[in-house]
Design a protein around this ligand. Structure first.
Ligand code: AMP
Ligand code: ZN
Length: 496
């Protein structure tokens, strides 16, 4: 069952059994951020979804090489072949060197990724570090007659490519429709056809990011960088290529055309696309002005936010829906996520306090044993079903009910038996911590101090010092914590 993973492949438009090209190795490439601005929480939804995919593949014991690039040149405004480079534009605006902009926003992105407890990719290449490779690929496509040079720029000839291949294989676009919809070439347009795209662009005198090339001073096209960096580190054909679904066309369609044109091979076996984070049904985007920065969410500093939401609450909020569904941003949904997250983490705390002990009077209860085994299997099943984090969380909540029953002694350890108890403990912990990547947000030192206060509380209670008891209770409450006074134990938990 462990390796029975099924993945929705955008290329074939169906769920397929995941069979890596060269097991146990898995090559995964995810289009990274264009570092000209702070990433918003919509961008992070996509990156976080692939973080969980990466985590689950590792959990299944695959040896994953995860490459996520940094786009630091070539991404022009409107994703088109004209307009300014996003990074150069920002640099001019702020009177900075473009690489200062790149540095600032790359560090900002990594900081947010860290706050959201995302694992680092194995390689994080940037486009400006691969100019030579991009020039070489452009030259190769020219040599193959699939590109043409005009005036110091080189364009990919989509119609020529389409004579032997299928441009539109990923996005379902029909080339005739694309041509019909783009018939009007601007007077200054030098492309043979509007749907052709730039591999290399001549730098105008005002364009500050420029490199020497056989075609004069210029800079690479956006689609080219991902083809070059993915195949350099993962080979001409690798397992997974991912990104947000807005990248399907033209970005990924063009990547396929470049790769197939150059090598005759499909670059990726499985294409995976995440759906969008929306605000009132509209895609969250920098240009629409409806985006929230992670820092605004974490501090609550935004007129539309009713309170601050911690990084783990935001992580939980994102994982509560399947990556291929849209997810709408709202205070209500975030508040529910806050409760859900605390509930799961309280479960971890309870689990830590549970120690198996034999109870000679009690006999194994087959019904409960079957239920717990079933719940553990369900966690795997849900993740194996195209990484369904939403369903996985539901199963974990059901498993948590059993854990809480053990804690309240409504369920006896011996009813489960040691083996099933251990499996339950391992499954819950592994899925919450390793697969979903949720962690306790309190620093260890505070955890220690909180426990010391609980010890003082116990002592005060024993001595009937009710003023102290009440004060500690009230202080805990004001910090969002509750004291659980139970017959057999006194402990604390996050207030859900
Ligand atoms: P960008 O920096 O704009 O190139 O975007 C980086 C990644 O974020 C890409 O994979 C986009 O598809 C993704 N993305 C952009 N907006 C959203 C959104 N609202 N929801 C989810 N992913 C998004
Ligand atoms: Zn890309």
């Amino acid at each position: 069952m462990l390796k029975d993973l099924r993945v929705y492949n955008t290329l074939t438009k169906q769920k397929e059994l995941f069979e890596p090209i060269n097991p146990p190795y898995v090559g995964m490439y995810v289009c990274g951020p264009t570092v000209y601005n702070d990433v918003h929480i919509g961008n992070m939804r996509t990156f976080l979804s692939f973080d969980v995919i990466y985590r689950y593949l590792l959990f299944l014991d695959y040896k994953v090489r995860f490459v996520r690039n940094i786009t630091d040149v070539g991404h022009l405004e409107r994703d088109a072949d004209d307009g300014e480079d996003k990074i150069a534009k920002k640099a001019k605006l702020e009177n900075l060197e473009p690489m200062e902009i790149v540095q600032r926003y790359t560090l900002g992105f990594r900081e947010v990724a860290d706050q959201l407890n995302m694992l680092s990719p194995n390689i994080e290449p940037c486009a400006t570090g691969h100019i030579v490779e991009q020039i070489n690929l452009t030259a190769k496509l020219l040599e193959k007659g699939l590109a043409y040079e005009v005036n110091g720029s080189v364009y990919f000839d989509v119609s020529k490519y389409n004579e032997d291949h299928n441009y539109g294989v990923l996005s379902g676009r029909i080339i005739e429709d694309l041509i019909a919809g783009n018939r009007d070439l601007d007077a200054q347009d030098e492309k043979r056809n509007k749907i052709d795209f730039a591999l290399w662009k001549k730098a105008t005198p005002s364009h500050i990011m420029r490199w020497d090339s056989p075609w004069g001073k210029g800079f690479p096209g956006w689609h080219l960088e991902c083809t070059v960096m993915s195949t350099k580190y993962l080979g001409n054909s690798f397992d997974i290529h991912g990104g947000g679904m807005d990248l399907k066309f033209p970005h990924h369609e063009c990547e396929i055309a470049q790769s197939v044109g150059a090598t005759g091979q499909q670059p990726a076996k499985y294409w995976m696309h995440t759906n969008m984070l929306t605000v009132n049904g509209q895609k969250m985007s920098k240009s629409l002005g409806n985006s929230f920065l992670p820092a605004q969410l974490f501090t609550g500093d935004h007129p539309l936010l009713e309170e601050a939401y911690s990084p783990m609450t935001v992580r939980f909020f994102i994982l509560q829906s399947h990556y291929s569904s849209t997810l709408d941003f709202s205070n209500e949904a975030l508040k529910a996520a806050k409760k859900g997250y605390k509930k799961l983490i309280n479960g971890l705390k309870v689990l830590r306090s549970l120690d198996y002990c034999e109870e000679p009077e009690t006999v194994p209860n087959k019904k409960v044993i079957d239920q717990v085994n079933q719940l553990c299997d369900n966690c795997y099943r849900a993740m194996n079903d195209d990484f369904n984090t939403a369903l996985t969380i539901g199963h974990l909540f059901n498993l948590l009910k059993k854990i809480n029953s053990l804690h309240t002694q409504n369920l006896k350890y011996a009813e489960l038996g040691e083996e099933v108890f251990d499996r339950m403990k391992r499954t819950y912990r592994t899925f919450v911590v390793d697969v979903l990547g949720l962690k306790e947000e309190q620093p260890d030192v505070l955890m220690g101090l909180t426990q010391s206060l609980i010890d003082i509380y116990k002592e005060a209670k024993r001595n009937k010092e009710f003023d102290t008891v009440d004060k500690i209770r009230a202080d805990f409450k004001s910090q969002g914590l509750i004291i659980k006074d139970m017959k057999n134990d006194i402990s604390w938990a996050y207030e859900e």
